[in-house]
Design a protein around this ligand. Structure first.
Ligand SMILES: [Zn+2]
Length: 112
């Protein structure tokens, strides 16, 4: 298991706002929320989704155009081990598999 990297001044400021627990548990964001249920963190004057920072601080920069998805389906979770890089369509496929996609509900309605 890689350790949490803490380069620069952002990391201590960031992790202080996260309820850090075991690797298998969700680390809930303790500060302000924006972006629906996602935590928000002020960085260089703009707000960035907290889980994206958690990912970058741990694993390095997010590839351009990629989004950070939650394995645990908990938008306020900042446990980097619950996060993975994906595309918007990966995220939709993931939602669909978990039965959360809008089409899925539509299909279930019509299946009756
Ligand atoms: Zn989680």
């Amino acid at each position: 298991m890689p350790g949490i990297r803490k380069p620069g001044p952002i990391a201590p400021r960031f992790w202080r706002k996260v309820d850090i627990k075991g690797v298998d548990e969700c680390w809930l964001w303790l500060a302000s929320f924006g972006f629906r249920d996602y935590g928000k963190f002020k960085l260089n004057g703009t707000y960035v989704a907290a889980h994206r920072i958690a990912y970058e601080l741990t694993f390095g920069p997010i590839e351009k155009g990629k989004i950070i998805c939650h394995k645990c389906d908990n938008p306020s979770c900042c446990n980097p081990y619950h996060l993975f890089q994906g595309t918007q369509s990966d995220n939709n496929a993931d939602k669909y598999r978990k039965g959360r996609g809008a089409n899925q509900y539509y299909r279930q309605e019509n299946a009756k």
